[in-house]
Design a protein around this ligand. Sequence first.
Ligand SMILES: *[C@@H]1O[C@H](CO)[C@@H](O)[C@H](O)[C@H]1NC(C)=O
Ligand SMILES: *[C@@H]1O[C@H](CO)[C@@H](O)[C@H](O)[C@H]1NC(C)=O
Length: 274
Amino acid sequence: MNFIHGIIIYVFIINVCVVARGLHEGHGHAERTAHHGAHGRHMSASHAHYTYHPPRYIAFTCRHCTSAEIYPVYRLTPPAYVYAYKDSGSRYRDILTGLSLYNLGRAAHIGWFHTHQYTVRPEERCSLQVIEKAHFEEFEFPCFMISSFIETGGKKPSNKTRLVDIASSQINVKPFIRDTGPPLEVTKDQECVLWHNLTTQKERNHVPCALLKEYANTVKPAGVPVYIWLPTLLGTVIAVYLCCECFCKNKEKEVVKEEAPLNELRVPGYCASY
Ligand SMILES: *[C@@H]1O[C@H](CO)[C@@H](O)[C@H](O)[C@H]1NC(C)=O
Ligand SMILES: *[C@@H]1O[C@H](CO)[C@@H](O)[C@H](O)[C@H]1NC(C)=O
C-alpha cells in the first residue's frame, strides 16, 4: 500500500463517518422533537450526557452473604427521571438513580403488566435512610419509585388516588432534587432503609446501598461519538502504517549498505585465535 492508497482509503472512511453522523443526528433530532413536545427541553438534554448500558443481570454479594445473588435489570430505554437524577447535582444522585433502575428491573421481572401502574395515595410519604454504625441521614423521594416493594394491601383505590406509569417520561422529579453537593460516598457497610408511610400503617424494606450504586453505574457518561473517534483512530493507524513502511524501506537500504563491511570483519580464524 503506498501513500496514495492510504489517502484514498482515509477519504472513504471519512465519507462513511459523515453519512453515519447524518443518520445519527437525524435520529437524535426526531427524538428531541418528540421529547420537546412531551415535556420540555431540559429532560432530553440529559440524554446527551448519559447512556444506559444494561447488563444481562446484576450479581451482587451482600455484606453477610457468602455468594452473589442475581438481581433483575430493566432492559428498555429508561424514563427521563432516571437521567434527571443522574444528571442532578444531588448528594443522593447515585442512590436515586440506582433505586429507580432497581425498581424498574423488579417491576419488569415480577410482571410488567401488573406492576408498572402505581396507585398514588394522597397521604403517603416515602423516605430513604442511609444507616451506618455512626452515621445516619434521611431524604424523601416519590413513592412510585418503590412501587415493586409496596404491598397493595388489598385496598381499593378511592377517587382521590391517581395512577402513575413508572416508565413514563413525563414524571417530574425536580421537587425531590434538593440536597445538592458532592455525591454521597456509598460503602459496603451502609444499609438503605426504604420507608413507605401511610397515616395508619408503615412499611419498611432494606436494601444494601452498594447494590443501588451498582444499578446507578449502569448509566454511564456518554463518550466521544463514533463519528469522531473512528476516523481519528483509523487515520492514526494508517499514518503509523505508512511511517513504518517508509522507515522499514530506508532500514533495508541501510542494511544492504552495511552488509559488505560487516562481512569483511568476520574473518575466519579471528575467533579461532582465542
Ligand atoms: C416514616 O416512618 C419512619 C418510622 O417512624 C420515620 O423514621 C421516617 O422518617 C418516616 N418518613 C417519612 C417521610 O415520614
Ligand atoms: C370522592 O369521594 C368523596 C367521598 O369519599 C365524595 O364526597 C367526592 O364528591 C368524590 N369526588 C369526586 C370527584 O368524585
